[in-house]
Design a protein around this ligand. Structure first.
Ligand code: BGC
Ligand code: CA
Length: 349
């Protein structure tokens, strides 16, 4: 009997161990061969954001094939609502996603999101809408991917300065040796909107060209709002407008639409954007848009993906291209008619 009991204990031990080891092997293999990444977008219909999303999809599919791994990449649209975004993040946490990528609706709402993710031990990659540094420092598994806003402002200023130097007689319509301008701003509170607005003007001013602001207002990054604003300003200032400075391309294209729908101009104002979206590059090529500044959506998508992948696989995040602590901030490229053909073929989707 004693012998028999011993046998049972022995078999149970062997059997039990094999179940346990079987389970843990299965678990670790599942972990290794399947990654779940959740992405919440402030607005899916934003042209620049949808460009980042579609690059992310491409990069993820390519990686799946290369590494023979399953990557579930799920996008949800917060439709401009902080409440929606909060719910989406709760859901990702509940469903045990490996990584959550957040394109914040409200940059000041980052702290709550970080605390939730920290509790669940799910790393976060913020992108395009930057939380303040104090918030990023709430936890070590939090990153930010975006562009160098200050550089985009400098390049936009350079395009205007170059145009002034080349075509001053056409540009300075009232010959007062000053630039009469209107400014279309992005969403209030967005780091790219405030930095681009402030420094584009500062840089032109520091160069020594006098500016006179006729009007400036936010069109929330959106084309239709820019059309409305521009129509108002055309009614108010008409041919006085010499330059239209826009914080992004889709608003610049909206302004162009308004300008091309009227005959009040003896000489059309020049229009300059930022982002390098396809239609903007085409407009630069046609000579309608004087210039734009490419914000590298593809490289930003690559950084978002590489950070997510490294974190999910337990690899060293410091090996991600361009990373500096918790940040990847990509470089811009200045585009005018002179060099647009190089970028047209490979433009942001
Ligand atoms: C882009 C805009 C975009 C915004 C969305 C900015 O960096 O230049 O085109 O609408 O991000 O957050
Ligand atoms: Ca003038």
């Amino acid at each position: 009997m004693k012998k028999y009991k011993g046998f049972i204990v022995f078999t149970a031990l062997i059997f039990g161990t094999s179940i346990i080891s079987g389970c843990s092997r299965e678990f670790s293999e599942k972990k290794k061969n399947e990654i779940k990444i959740g992405v919440t977008l402030y607005r899916q219909d934003d042209t620049f954001i949808s460009s980042i999303s579609s690059y992310l999809e491409d990069i993820s599919k390519e990686k799946e094939q290369q590494e023979n791994i399953k990557i579930q990449l799920d996008f949800v649209d917060a439709k401009g609502s902080t409440t929606n975004q909060g719910n989406q993040i709760d859901k990702f946490i509940k469903q045990d996603y490996d990584i959550i990528c957040v394109n914040l609706v409200d940059r000041t709402a980052a702290a709550t999101i970080i605390d939730k993710a920290k509790n669940a031990n799910i790393p976060l990659v913020f992108f395009n809408r930057e939380p303040v540094e104090e918030d990023l420092n709430r936890w070590n598994k939090v990153y930010y991917v975006g562009a160098q806003a200050r550089q985009s402002a400098r390049m936009q200023a350079e395009i205007i300065i170059e145009e002034w130097n080349k075509n001053k007689s056409k540009l300075d319509k009232n010959k007062d040796n000053k630039i009469q301008y209107v400014m279309l701003e992005g969403e209030p509170g967005h780091q790219d909107a405030s930095i681009r607005t402030e420094y584009c003007i500062k840089d032109i001013d520091n160069y020594g060209i006098e500016l006179e602001k006729l009007a400036d207002d936010s069109a929330n990054w959106q084309s239709d709002q820019a059309v409305n604003k521009m129509n108002q300003w055309i009614q108010e200032y008409g041919d006085e407008i010499e330059v239209v400075i826009s914080n992004n391309d889709v608003m610049a294209l909206g302004a162009l639409h308004s300008i091309n729908s009227t005959d009040v101009f003896t000489e059309k104002p020049i229009v300059v954007g930022i982002d390098g979206v396809k239609e903007a590059l085409e407009a630069v090529n046609k000579g309608d848009l004087t210039g734009t500044v490419i914000s590298d959506a593809k490289l930003q998508a690559k950084a978002i993906f590489d950070i997510s992948y490294s974190l999910a696989k337990g690899l060293d995040v410091n090996n991600v291209q361009g990373i500096n602590g918790k940040y990847v901030k990509t470089q811009h490229t200045k585009v005018t008619k002179e060099n647009v053909d190089i970028y047209l073929a490979d433009s942001n989707k």
